[in-house]
Design a protein around this ligand. Structure first.
Ligand code: C5P
Length: 209
């Protein structure tokens, strides 16, 4: 088809970002990591000492998005991820971030977007949808390795508890909770290497195009 729109959703550290980047490279499509939007708002609030429980402050921080460097390593910090998870429950914030995600999804030729609600809310018309998951233990192991590679030392139990807390918040919020779309293909990466996960994702997407 003329336009290839691919939605990749899943919980933290499931491998969805790696898979989305690989799919985008394979099909020559632009890629948007929508978590960066929520993380950028969170980082702005953290920097300016904002109130994480104030929906209006979060919406106001959207105007500062242009000031955040998407390559800023602070965006990937556990603190910013935790704040992002909290503020992403605000319906007004989700609404304020909707248009730019829709515009990206509507590009001629298509796009790959990854997040929590791409297949359900942002791009329900996507030609291929993946719901990427892995056991909390596998995801905690990966997050731990990632943090250690960055020279951050934490305990496995701490990382696992954080993964559970994030899953709980992302899955049980009232607006656009993390959920598998009815027409999304499930890909469990718990026992797959990165290369195996990418190959499996490509096979699932190919079958849908
Ligand atoms: O995927 P990532 O860990 O970067 O996302 C950070 C947080 O942003 C998530 O915990 C989730 O709560 C939120 N998010 C969201 N909707 C998206 C992408 C991310 O609510 N489409």
């Amino acid at each position: 088809s003329r336009s290839t729109l691919i939605a990749v959703d899943g919980p933290a550290a499931s491998g969805k970002g790696t898979i989305a980047r690989a799919l985008a490279a394979h099909y020559g499509l632009p890629h948007m990591d929508t978590g960066v939007l929520y993380r950028s708002v969170a980082l702005t609030l953290v920097r300016f000492g904002g109130d994480f429980d104030n929906e209006f402050e979060a919406v106001r921080a959207v105007a500062q998005l242009g000031q955040v460097d998407p390559a800023d390593p602070e965006l990937r910090s556990e603190v910013v991820g935790g704040v992002a998870s909290r503020i992403s429950a605000f319906p007004m914030l989700r609404a304020a971030l909707f248009d730019r995600q829709r515009a990206f999804a509507g590009q001629d030729g298509g796009a790959v977007l990854d997040g929590r609600d791409i297949g359900t809310v942002i791009a329900p018309e996507a030609s291929a949808k993946l719901y990427v998951t892995a056991s909390p233990e596998a995801r905690a192991q990966r997050r731990l390795a990632e943090l250690e590679a960055r020279g951050i030392s934490v305990h496995y139990a701490e990382v696992l508890a954080d993964i559970h807390a994030r899953d709980e918040r992302d899955s049980h919020r009232d607006f656009a909770p993390l959920a598998r779309a009815a027409d999304a293909d499930l890909l469990d990466t718990s026992d797959l290497t990165v290369d195996e996960a990418i190959a499996a994702a490509l096979a699932l997407v190919e079958a849908r195009l």
